[in-house]
Write a protein that binds this ligand. Structure first.
Ligand code: URP
Ligand code: ZN
Ligand code: ZN
Length: 504
């Protein structure tokens, strides 16, 4: 008779606060014990971590996949293919996006698209997943009821845009939304770039014939991101509503977020590997209208890749000094070739102008290995910081802690990544698209040397991935997660003046 279904021996247990050598015992889907020495005879299966780090499974809280509404065109990953890619890269939970159907004004309309998404994509999954709701149309009279149905469905976060035609909300709509989101304890996620200024710049650049991919970056200066960030902080301060800025890339935006945090405001930031490892030189060397030199289009995302090593250093600093709360991938997989890919900018009479290039990069599989290799192995961040921003804080911010993002016996799901002991990684030396599991014909990180990659990924006590292979028979282990409210600091009951919401 065995007591445990799985025992991980000789691993360094890594949490957001500690790391220490211990054994981890799993029973069914839960972690049940951690001790310096657990008898292997008590377990059905024993994995020897050989002195490697054992971290919680990664949580990638920013993943776009194919969904019925398609606000970003046809994405090449389904929820299922993205979940396979996630598991292969050490991510055991994704939070994907479902979009409002802006033509449906019903009270049930948000809950309806959530259900549709689950029916559409939620089968044979390799990772667990939750959903954020994208709100692109605010109806003052309906929103409260629409949001109530969202929380009932286990969705506790809403993303809104300050840019992109069709998605961009005006400040008064953002205020209405925040007013209601605060009341209902829903986390507000904001894409902060000034859409009006960007539209003006795109028109102007087009008038000057400056339409190659390089000018995508020129049309979206760091100050446009910082302006929207500052404006949104004022909106959130007015409403006493916590906000999370997604995919922050601009040093000036980090500065403003850090100031707000220093003032004690509940302002949070997410960044992504592309802003740490890639820069705008990737967008160069494409001649206008030339389909053969269109390679730089692979790197089009918004906010755009920034200019210099100094910009990347500012992002690392923001991670180290606590300005950055979470690191996500912003996985937004468009193909390079094909009908719906980046080359779609040559369809419908267009000539490859950057305005028509679908935005976004794939990255759900490479997020954890890149951050572990260049962050932990190269000494830029501690392993505790790695766990904090990749696993624990996303779980806290999005209402999944301590079931997810932690290694707490009795409380946490047995979602674990066992890494190779330092210097003992034996897999491919560089990232190559041919080895990735996503449905996309390129990775923006092709050729990046890596020092480590998950040796085992375990979801709810089941080994899903080992020695470079996803175990196909584990499809279906992933489930939908109903999430609760954030456990990070919430509203402060501090107001700008005498104005208060009616419900306080
Ligand atoms: O370029 C990006 N980031 N595409 C995905 C949509 C978004 O704004 O996150
Ligand atoms: Zn965005
Ligand atoms: Zn995104």
């Amino acid at each position: 008779m065995t007591t445990y279904s799985l025992l991980i021996k000789n691993g360094y247990v890594c949490t957001a606060s500690d790391f220490y050598l211990a054994d981890i015992a799993v029973k069914g889907d839960k972690i049940v014990a951690i001790a310096p020495e657990i008898d292997p005879a008590l377990a059905e299966r024993v994995i020897d971590a050989e002195g490697g780090f054992v971290t919680p499974g990664g949580i990638d809280a920013h993943v776009h996949v194919d969904e019925p509404a398609r606000p970003f065109g046809n994405l090449s990953d389904t929820l299922q293919s993205a979940s396979k890619s996630a598991i292969a890269g050490g991510t055991t939970t994704m939070v994907a996006f479902v979009s409002q159907d802006s033509a449906d004004p019903g009270e049930e309309s948000f809950a309806k698209v959530i259900k549709e998404f689950q029916d559409y994509g939620g089968k044979d999954l390799y990772s667990d997943y939750g959903l954020h709701m994208i709100v692109s149309k605010v109806d003052k009279t309906l929103l409260e009821k629409q949001l109530e149905n969202v929380t009932d469905a286990g969705v506790s976060s809403v993303k809104m845009y300050m840019t992109y035609p069709g998605l961009q909300l005006r400040d008064s709509d953002l205020m209405t939304a925040m007013y209601n989101l605060r009341k209902q304890g829903i986390t507000t996620m904001l894409h902060a770039e000034n859409g009006d200024m960007i539209s003006w710049m795109i028109d102007s650049l087009e008038e000057q014939g400056k339409t190659s991919p390089f000018y995508h970056g020129v049309s979206r200066p760091t100050m446009f991101e910082a302006e929207a960030t500052n404006r949104a902080i004022v909106l959130s301060q007015t409403m006493d509503n916590p906000v999370l800025f997604v995919h922050v890339s601009a040093p000036e935006a980090f500065k403003r977020i850090n100031e707000a945090q220093t003032e004690g405001l509940p302002v949070y930031a997410e960044t992504c590997p592309q802003y740490l490892f890639l820069s705008e030189d990737r967008l160069q060397n494409c001649t206008h209208g030339d389909a053969d030199s269109f390679e730089p289009a692979k790197y089009i995302c918004s906010p755009p890749l920034r200019t210099s090593e100094a910009d990347q250093a500012a992002v690392w600093l923001a991670i180290r000094n606590g300005t950055v709360t979470i690191v996500s991938s912003d996985h937004a997989p468009t193909m390079f070739d094909g009908e719906d890919g980046k080359r779609a900018a040559f369809k419908n009479g267009h000539n490859g102008e950057f305005r028509w290039i679908p935005n976004g990069l794939p990255g759900v599989e490479t997020r954890m290995p890149l951050m572990f290799s260049y962050g932990v192995e190269d000494g830029r961040i501690s392993v505790q910081k790695f766990v904090e921003v990749m696993c624990t804080n996303p779980a806290k911010l999005y209402g999944m802690y301590p079931r997810k993002g932690a290694i707490l016996p009795g409380s946490s799901d047995a979602d674990l990544v066992i890494w190779y002991p330092s210097g003992k990684y034996t897999g491919p030396a560089t990232i190559q698209n041919k080895n990735l599991n996503h449905n996309t014909d390129y990775t923006a990180f092709e050729g990046f040397p890596i020092k480590n990659w998950p040796r085992y990924t375990i979801l709810k006590g089941k080994v899903m991935y080992q020695h470079g292979k996803v175990l196909e028979e584990t499809a279906g282990t992933g489930d939908y997660l109903k999430r609760g409210p954030s456990s990070l600091a919430g509203p402060q009951n501090k107001w700008l003046n005498q104005w208060r919401p009616h419900y306080t």
